[in-house]
Design a protein around this ligand. Sequence first.
Ligand code: SAH
Ligand code: SF4
Ligand code: F3S
Length: 452
Amino acid sequence: MIPATRKVFIKTYGCQMNVYDSARMADVLAREGYETVEAPEGADLIVLNTCHIREKAAEKVYSEVGRIRHLKEEAKREGRRVEIAVAGCVAQAEGEEIIRRAPAVDVVVGPQSYHRLGETLARARSGGAAVETEFDERKFDLLPAPPKKAAPSAFLTVQEGCDKFCTFCVVPYTRGGEFSRPAERIVAEAKRLLASGVREIMLLGQNVNAYHGEGPDGRDWSLARLVRELAELPELARIRYTTSHPRDMSDDLVAAHGDCEKLMPYLHLPVQSGSDRVLAAMNRRHGREEYFRLIDRLRQVRPDLALSGDFIVGFPGESEADFADTMDLVERVGYASAYSFKYSPRPGTPAASREQVPEEVKAERLARLQALLSKQQKRFNAATVGLRMEVLLERPGRRPGQLVGRSPFLQAVNVDAPGRSIGEIVPVVVESLGSNSLFAALAGDAPARLSA
Ligand code: SAH
Ligand code: SF4
Ligand code: F3S
């Protein structure tokens, strides 16, 4: 028997799109009478929203199911039913295999099927485990409105899926082909977020700058057009977007970085490798010189733009000379922050069956790259000490009167701000560096630019 008020615990792995999806699943489940809780103990439904991007993603899901299975068994002894759902990219990639290998799982639901979560659960209750992995872009139309009270910074998915088929990547297989939501729906969702107190919106997509959703005028809108439309909303103070592909960085988007004040001076622009040979083998469809030219164009219009990136080391065939090109690219660009990974063969992707770089070579290269990236990050943060900038206050800090927020460059900033509230944008002067954040004091009105 299922009690009237049910509790759901959702554990989220992977990228921001999964964070967005988890929130939407919580919305769908709220309509079914579920309340979201912060721990698996006592929950009636446990959802694992999984990621398949690197390493033994599927194995990790099976061991997590193994860890929570006892909650299900204990509940059964008490006459209560606990259901386990596997959602996200591992669900899409593994499908029925999950039920076969982990019979404790009741429901497997892919990233395009969350709007059908309620009926899928109902199906599992009457007929045993249920699997739902159909691609269905209507998911966005059917998902309900976001909750009344929101944090000051919110994610909004505008684009999903990918047609690029980089030879290392599972995304085109787990999220399907590229799909852009119509602009009007995005603007409507943004308005709802703003009405609940949001000040900053991060537009999300696996290839967000390839956005080409239908505009109200019947034409395809670019991401730049969408950003400019959103910038007209008076309550919206800050706009960001992620993740971008260098190939899709159009002239109008570059221009927006120069003249759209609400577009924050921070850009995540993954390049993966600095070697032309490796970039070609990865099917990235651009070379290192094109990347340099792009960075130059961006810095011409916005000299203080902070750059972030993703790097893969030890891609099949990567020689020491190729890796040296990556180190050189990093030196030349100068990143404010970056993510770097050892290449991880993903089943079913072209690069997985190529000759692999030995593990210890990957580990050694990753250590060298990370040392350089971390030096650059420290240098970037140190250069902001003494500067005035605006911080969006997002959550309470450790000390009384302290609030933590984000700088325009996405740095975490601890501000002594007694009497100020979460959701306010306050001018500060950066005073010192912490290990992963900055410390700042309130200041008078301040410009948000690093240099000009
Ligand atoms: N669409 C984005 C990347 C999305 S995946 C782009 O094109 O840049 C996020 C990051 O995970 C990638 O940028 C890449 O650095 C990393 N990644 C993806 N597949 C990987 C793999 N097989 N091994 C190691 N890292 C990988
Ligand atoms: Fe994956 Fe990004 Fe390449 Fe698409 S563009 S296949 S998401 S790495
Ligand atoms: Fe992971 Fe899927 Fe995002 S594989 S990174 S959760 S798109």
